[in-house]
Design a protein. Structure first.
Length: 260
């Protein structure tokens, strides 16, 4: 009888371990499939994700190789590339309706701001998000795309984007480019309270802040690119005349004002 009880508990422990490992890989696959299937439908861009690793025991997680493509009409290879993202999740919340994420740290992303000094690719992604999820007022609007609807809500206590690099591409300056440091972005208490926020709402908040930071960080670089450059634009003329550059400066100023 003692031998039977011993083997019973050993078998039970093995089954528990197997179940935990199975759920671990199951969750990893769900997260990855959700990102690469639902993501493109609400952003209207190509999205790739190489790997997901989430531990039920510790709540720690990692995402590897995230690439967000550019929306239609933009020619840069991508809008956002992230090699590493680290996160910490409250394990007991993973299987509940509201997942509590203590921290998300997006490490050394490379962001491309492609602009004609009137609109830009990040703003277009944000516009796509608002269109597919029912507009900017997420409390009253209904998602237009079923993919934007999910029972799972989120709470993110601390969201940090750090060590980023910003590549600026100005199409109306002959696709002149510059690279500058992306300021750190720090968001707190997203989805606090019983309602939480959806993944789409979280994405919108992050893109909003990312666009603001990118436009602010690119101001000096764009001004430098416009000095003495050949200004190519149907609207502003085909030469680098002072009049064309004045209009370029005005376009830059107007772009900044939109995001203030």
């Amino acid at each position: 009888m003692k031998k039977f009880i011993k083997w019973f508990f050993i078998t039970l422990i093995v089954l528990i371990v197997v179940a935990v490992v199975g759920v671990h890989f199951f969750l990893d696959d769900i997260v990855k499939r959700g990102v690469v299937t639902i993501g493109p439908r609400i952003t209207k861009t190509e999205i790739k994700l190489d790997s997901v690793s989430l531990s039920l025991l510790t709540g720690s997680g990692k995402l590897g190789g995230l690439i967000v493509g550019n929306p239609e009409g933009y020619k840069s290879p991508s809008a956002i590339q992230v090699g590493r993202t680290a996160m910490s999740v409250e394990p007991k919340s993973i299987l509940s309706d509201k997942i509590v994420i203590s921290s998300i740290n997006v490490i050394e992303p490379e962001v491309t701001l492609e602009t004609d000094l009137r609109e830009n690719n990040l703003g277009k992604i944000l516009s796509n998000l608002e269109e597919t999820t029912g507009g900017s007022n997420s409390d009253s609007a209904q998602p237009k795309d079923p993919a934007a609807q999910t029972r799972k809500k989120l709470e993110v206590d601390d969201f940090v984007i750090s060590g980023g690099k910003l590549h600026v591409v100005v199409t109306t300056l002959g696709n002149r480019t510059a690279s500058v440091k992306l300021p750190e972005i720090h968001l707190k208490d997203l989805g606090k309270g019983p309602e939480g926020i959806t993944p789409a709402e979280l994405t919108k908040r992050v893109i909003q802040e990312l666009e603001k930071a990118a436009i602010s960080a690119s101001s000096t670089a764009i001004a430098d690119l416009s000095k003495g450059g050949v200004y190519m634009s149907q609207e502003f003329g085909k030469t680098g005349s002072s009049n064309g550059l004045d209009k370029a400066a005005k376009g830059l100023s107007d772009l900044f004002k939109k995001k203030q």
